[in-house]
Design a protein around this ligand. Structure first.
Ligand code: PSV
Ligand code: MN
Length: 436
């Protein structure tokens, strides 16, 4: 299924006069404050967020998974789903692939399909947290000649067994090759490696081995590529994770080289961590490479962006609107999972929450904030930030979207066009998207 610009424009007529009134009112209010709305709109139009290929189907928990129906069964269908979201929102112009879940049959055909949907390929993601069916049995040196499956059960890049480390490094190299064939320019390494019990892992040696492996992957990357090192404090192991926090990620990135950066996934922090401060610190060092957006109440919940802590998201964007010259523009990506909602609706809600937080941060009077900070006027600092946060900027978002050819009300139109029913008719009710 595809949604045409004509269809969208026709359905936009419905709410257009109401939108015009609301937009005009907001524009006047912002202009009174000296805000150039045209600049904000242009920035919003340019702001594109990558959709992860693994978020297009129903996710699950370790207790169960409930299929959504009409889920994409292959890479082609995943690209088409992101195309639908992009047509409606005009803000999801990229897709981030996970290998081996999304190995392209013919990269040229896949590139053409993506281009037709207006998409480019963002960061590639490797997977060394699941054993693959292709793993050959290896000789473990047992006197009886017993063989074992090549396995990531006890880690990958940090594994005590060199042959498993080599396997994991080779996989990352293969992911880079696939990425090159699709025009991607970055690799995200999320290392599940860790331990579940005290004493299980020699922390220092695990770091040594991980660094050696990362260096090898880094050396293999083309010179115009970036390596993003993602951290996470726990899970799938529960006692320790080798790359547990931004500091460890930063140390490893620094050791690898100038094209290695840290990747911040919002769900990869323990409760109450000050993520905006981490973002500021990484920007200060020029080492913020990428972002995985999601939201959470307790841990790596992977909920819709902005559904639990929208103010935190705004504070993060308040740091991100000023990316210093020595830090490249970070790669923006959603990393979420959908157990209850239609994945495509959920992703559109996430995109809207991200754009809203970005817009709110764009209208912060940074000069006035700095003056208030220097005068130690704490109340005024809060007034300035919350004044922006509490301004309803949704008409601005809508304006940016319709100017780019998108929908005034993406979810409304998605429902009016009965997209999910069409996908179910096309693909069936009992479908499972490749991924976790
Ligand atoms: C791990 O929790 C993670 O955030 C990493 O980014 C993975 O690539 C992704 O989820 C999907 O498993
Ligand atoms: Mn992530």
């Amino acid at each position: 299924m595809r949604i045409s610009t004509d269809q969208i424009q026709e359905l936009n007529h419905n709410g257009e006069s109401q939108h015009r009134r609301q937009f005009q009112f907001l524009q006047e209010e912002l202009q009174k404050k000296g805000i150039d709305t045209e600049t904000v709109i242009r920035k919003l139009q340019d702001f594109q967020v990558a959709v992860p290929s693994w978020a297009l189907g129903a996710g699950g928990t370790r207790f169960g998974r409930f299929s959504y129906g009409g889920e994409p069964a292959n890479l082609e269908e995943k690209i088409k789903d992101v195309g639908l979201i992009h047509a409606l929102t005009q803000s999801a112009g990229a897709i981030s692939l996970h290998i081996p879940w999304d190995i392209p049959g013919d990269p040229e055909v896949i590139m053409k399909l993506a281009a037709r949907e207006g998409l480019v390929f963002d960061a590639m993601n490797s997977n060394t947290f699941q054993d693959q069916p292709s793993f050959a049995p290896i000789n473990i040196g047992a006197p009886d000649g017993r063989q074992e499956q090549h396995s990531y059960k006890f880690g990958s890049l940090c594994h005590t067994d060199r042959s498993i480390r080599v396997n994991a490094v080779d996989h990352n190299k293969e992911v880079i090759d696939i990425g090159v064939s699709l025009g991607s320019k970055s690799l995200t390494v999320w290392l599940a490696d860790g331990s579940s019990f005290p004493g299980q892992l020699n922390f220092r040696k695990a770091l040594d081995r991980s660094l050696d492996s990362l260096r090898e992957i880094y050396a293999y990357m083309p010179s115009d590529w970036k390596l993003f090192i993602e951290y996470k404090p726990y899970e799938p192991y529960f006692y320790s994770t080798v790359i547990q926090d931004w500091g460890t990620s930063h140390l490893l990135a620094g050791e690898c080289g100038k094209n290695a950066y840290c990747l911040v996934d919002l769900g990869h922090h323990l409760p109450n961590t000050n993520i905006e401060q981490i973002v500021a610190t990484l920007l200060w060092r020029g080492k913020l490479g990428g972002f995985h957006f999601n939201d959470s109440k307790y841990g790596d919940d992977d909920l819709t962006v902005g559904s639990i802590k929208p103010y935190q998201l705004f504070l993060i964007f308040n740091e991100l609107v000023n990316v210093p010259g020595h830090n490249p523009t970070p790669a923006w990506m959603i990393d979420a999972s959908h157990n209850l909602k239609d994945p495509l609706e959920d992703l559109m809600q996430s995109l809207e929450a991200i754009r809203l937080a970005y817009a709110q941060a764009l209208i912060v009077d940074q000069g006035a904030l700095e003056t208030a900070r220097n005068a130690n006027d704490v109340s005024l600092c809060q007034e300035i930030l919350q004044g922006s946060y509490r301004t309803d900027l949704r008409p601005l978002l809508k304006e940016a979207r319709i100017r780019s050819g998108g929908a005034l009300d993406p979810i409304g139109i998605y429902r009016r066009l009965e997209v999910r029913d069409a996908l179910i008719a096309e693909r069936g009710l009992k479908t499972v998207a490749t991924g976790l």
